[in-house]
Design a protein around this ligand. Structure first.
Ligand SMILES: [Zn+2]
Length: 131
């Protein structure tokens, strides 16, 4: 039991990049099952991603894995921000959501007020948008 614990304490483990690799490889596995005739088209990239996932999970070089994760997060931030914006606009029928062009923070205003000038509460940048 002690060896088991020390083994995992010295390994990198799970992070945002590994979670993304896991979900992507699962989706690819499902697609390879659904489209059996071209299954290799999905299963080979899925296997490659799973191998990277296992390598990263059991890696002892925590500093390098952490740096990879931070780079990946930086790459994914604009995408996750856009997804959050679309989701907020779909959920809320009373307010419209925008991203401040300067600081990229989400700003919300009441809907159906025509073209308005918005002042970002974070960086005080002014920009025009249709509500
Ligand atoms: Zn701003």
């Amino acid at each position: 039991m002690k060896n088991f614990r020390t083994f995992f304490a010295t390994r990198y483990g799970q992070d945002f990049l590994n979670n993304t690799l896991l979900v992507t490889s699962l989706i690819l596995s499902i697609l390879s099952l659904l489209f059996r005739s071209i299954g290799y088209f999905f299963s080979i990239p899925g296997l490659i991603l799973s191998t990277i996932l296992l390598f990263r999970f059991f890696s002892k070089n925590k500093i390098k894995r952490s740096a990879e994760n931070e780079t990946f997060k930086g790459f994914m931030t604009p995408i996750t921000r856009q997804i959050k914006l679309i989701r907020s606009n779909l959920k809320d029928s009373q307010r419209k959501y925008f991203l401040c062009p300067m600081c990229k923070k989400m700003v919300r205003i009441p809907r159906r007020k025509g073209k308005v000038e918005i002042t970002c509460p974070t960086c005080h940048h002014h920009f025009k948008a249709r509500s």
